[in-house]
Design a protein. Structure first.
Length: 258
């Protein structure tokens, strides 16, 4: 019933050097051909470390692969005296289509607030790329039954001030922190509960076109064996995949969920 193309995004985190990245992208592409993947049924994206992007670009463009790629983070600044930072325009120049903003590891380990995440989403949009805005509660919040209001506050803060057209084109990833890298996947109903609430909130704040266009992903211990149940839910438009995205067969199986 929806016209949203499912999105399967592999977050490699701090894994694989540029030579290993070339091998994985080539193997993933071959796996997708083997499995007769139809790009109209799922868009496939890899999110390597910054140092791998040039190599990934060469493989993807050289072979004209039906794969897109993006970065795991971006600076809030455009250019200048920000040692160690990478700007959105640099990523766009390398052919990146997506940028992950506000991953829970950055929120936790680097103190990123919703305000910072919002600034990173704006920087990404200003460079004509698509932000993948990550939200989701920790175990304590889940145990208190507060996952919906907690996550809605993150969505509100992270998307603040964006217009309806911008929100319609972006991606929100619901990643309960207790399910990330733990092997403990949320049930399809758990994923649907919060993904549905995210879309309903966006409908209130940004209108129907934004709510119907925005793609809401689930992330947290997604594997080929559990992706089907999650993707069957009406408000889940794809998956953000960590660990399993480092294995070409496993990630290929996830992309071939349909
Ligand atoms: C992630 O870090 O975005 C993630 C979902 O990790 P994993 O799939 O390993 O739980």
């Amino acid at each position: 019933t929806s016209t949203r193309t499912p999105l399967m995004a592999g977050n490699w985190k701090m894994n694989l050097n540029h030579q290993e990245a070339i091998v994985l992208v080539q193997k993933l592409a071959a796996t997708l051909v083997d499995k007769r993947h139809d790009p109209a049924k799922a868009e496939v994206v890899v999110l390597p470390p910054f140092t791998d992007l040039r190599s990934v670009q060469t493989v993807v463009d050289g072979d004209r692969l039906p794969l897109r790629y993006g970065a795991q983070d971006v600076s809030t600044h455009e250019s200048g005296a920000y040692t160690g930072e990478i700007s959105a325009s640099m990523l766009a120049k390398l052919g990146c289509s997506y940028v992950v903003v506000g991953h829970s590891e950055r929120r936790e380990q680097h103190g990123e607030t919703d305000e910072v995440v919002n600034a990173k989403a704006r920087a990404t949009l200003a460079a004509s790329m698509t932000p993948i805005v990550c939200v989701g509660e920790g175990l304590d919040v889940r145990q208190a039954g507060e996952q919906v209001p907690y996550t809605m506050a993150q969505v509100e803060g992270s998307l603040a001030g964006l217009d309806a057209g911008q929100v319609a084109g972006l991606v929100v990833a619901y990643e309960p922190v207790w399910a990330i890298g733990t092997g403990e996947v949320a049930t399809p109903d758990d994923a649907q509960e919060v993904c549905q609430a995210i879309r309903a909130q966006i409908r209130e704040t940004h209108g129907d076109a934004a709510a119907d266009g925005v793609r809401v992903l689930y992330g947290g211990s997604v594997k080929a064996a559990n992706v089907g149940g999650i993707m069957a839910k009406p408000d889940v438009d794809g998956a953000l995949v960590g660990g399993a995205s480092l294995q070409h067969d496993e990630f290929g199986g996830i992309c071939r969920f349909y």
